[in-house]
Design a protein around this ligand. Structure first.
Ligand code: EPU
Length: 417
């Protein structure tokens, strides 16, 4: 297994370009199950999670080839309707094949994802939505079995604005009989990107990006060319790294409109942020000021940036309260940041961070994807050497992170453990 070794203390400087968004690429890849034509997808990031969904699609009957910077997918015939435990257990987002399979085949057997390092993460809203659309849903032997002749349009209210829940139901509704209305839908830009992709292939969707999405079912969807949106969380991670090291970093390729909540917190903490033609420039002061942060669904502060901002706050001047409202267990990074000298107390869903004047490098262990990013950010600013193990979490969601950081002047490398 690999580990990442960082010698901290270098001020980051230069340009970095963000890759395609993992959380847009995954539903877009899953939705190629809806059409039998040829899809040409660009800016698909090379990540373990993307490799996992590709394996799943191949197992379901897809032909996938890499052609230059495109991934070409054709799903003429679906060979079976099963997403097995072996794949789903390694990536919860495999649940995204559920909606498309039921829509196209009238059937799906998908292993139930279990809880994970950040919370229980149920899928009840995906299932009750499909039931409302006329599907029969059964849970047996660890699998969810969904069956229907043809889905029909329905009015669905989500108790919480689930991102993949909205995406699954939106994909399912594209081929349903009649009109589906999803209320309290997730407004994340990745939901909008998926809707744009589906619309290009002939789907009739309106309201994506607001809390009511309406989908009028069509008979068929067509293959299209599409470029996936940039990864706003990756962009936010590099902005945080620039800020904590007192650096001067231009993060290219991601519009600032996706990152308002993150930019506003970094600005409040004393970082200088400027929108330039190529991207967003962050200049960090010698020491940032503490700020309070509360995560919430888009356009609020993203839970996927909570661990990274906590690393930044652990070195800021003052006391910061970080409240996590989306996932109940997303504090796996706290104990590891403490091993580096951070002063953090957990009180329920809040982390109380008393900024310290220095962090010191230590061997630490990543518990999930964003926790790994948090530890890397802390390691970049810490004195001495930090070794982050369980790097496979990082490889699920950050393309070439060491290369990108080395080009910004970080001393970071990957070693075999
Ligand atoms: N929830 C339910 N029932 C459901 C679905 C969700 O109670 O049926 C709850 C969850 O337990 C959670 C809240 O609703 O408390 C929001 O969860 P959501 O369903 O929105 O999360 P998700 O769709 O499983 C996606 C991203 C996550 C990101 C969250 C929140 C993908 C593939 N994953 O997960 O990304 O944290 O939305 O923005 O899009 C990451 O990239 O590191 C990551 C974890």
């Amino acid at each position: 297994m690999d580990k990442i070794v960082i010698n901290g203390g270098n001020r980051l400087q230069g340009d970095v370009t963000v890759s395609g968004a993992k959380n847009a690429a995954l539903p877009i890849l899953a939705s190629t199950l809806l059409g039998s034509g040829e899809y040409h997808l660009r800016r698909i990031p090379r990540l373990i999670d993307v490799a996992t969904i590709r394996r799943l699609l191949v197992q379901l009957g897809a032909k996938i080839v890499d052609d230059g910077d495109s991934v070409v997918i054709e799903m003429k015939r679906i060979a079976n309707c099963q997403a097995p435990y072996e794949l789903v257990k390694t990536m919860r987002a495999s649940i995204l094949v559920l909606g498309p399979l039921v829509a196209r085949m009238g059937e799906a057997h998908v292993s139930l994802p279990g809880g994970c390092a950040i919370g229980a993460r149920p899928i009840n809203l995906h299932l009750t939505g499909l039931e409302k659309m006329g599907a029969e849903v059964k849970i047996e032997h660890g699998y969810v079995w969904v069956k229907t002749k043809r889905l029909r349009g329905a009015s669905i209210h989500l108790d919480v604005p689930s991102v993949t829940g909205t995406e699954n139901l939106m994909m399912a509704a594209t081929l349903a009989d009649g009109t589906t209305r999803i209320e309290n839908a997730a407004c994340e830009p990745e939901v909008v990107d998926l809707a744009q992709f589906l619309k290009k292939g002939g789907a009739r969707i309106s309201g994506a990006g607001t809390d009511v999405v309406t989908i009028e079912g069509v008979q068929q969807l067509y293959g299209v060319d599409y470029e996936v949106m940039p990864d706003r969380i990756e962009a936010g991670t590099y902005l945080a790294a620039g800020a904590i090291t007192g650096g001067d970093v231009l993060v290219c390729g991601c519009p600032s409109s996706y990152l308002e909540a993150v930019l506003s917190k970094l600005r409040e903490a004393g970082a200088k942020l400027k929108e330039e033609a190529k991207g967003i420039r962050v200049c960090g002061p010698k020491r940032l000021q503490s700020v309070d942060v509360k995560t919430s669904p888009y356009p609020g502060f993203p839970t996927d940036m909570q661990a990274q901002i906590m690393a930044v706050m652990s070195l800021a001047d003052g006391l910061s309260v970080i409240t996590e409202t989306v996932f109940e267990g997303r504090f796996g990074h706290v104990a590891e940041l403490r091993r580096m000298g951070a002063d953090i107390r957990i009180q329920g869903n809040q982390a109380v961070v008393q900024g310290v004047s220095r962090l010191t490098g230590a061997p630490v262990m990543a518990s999930d994807l964003r926790a790994s990013a948090s530890l890397i950010i802390a390691g970049l600013a810490a004195e001495g050497t930090t070794e982050v193990s369980r790097v496979y979490h990082l490889d699920r969601g950050y393309e070439q992170i060491e290369d990108k950081l080395v080009r910004l002047g970080a001393m970071i490398s990957r070693r075999k453990e």
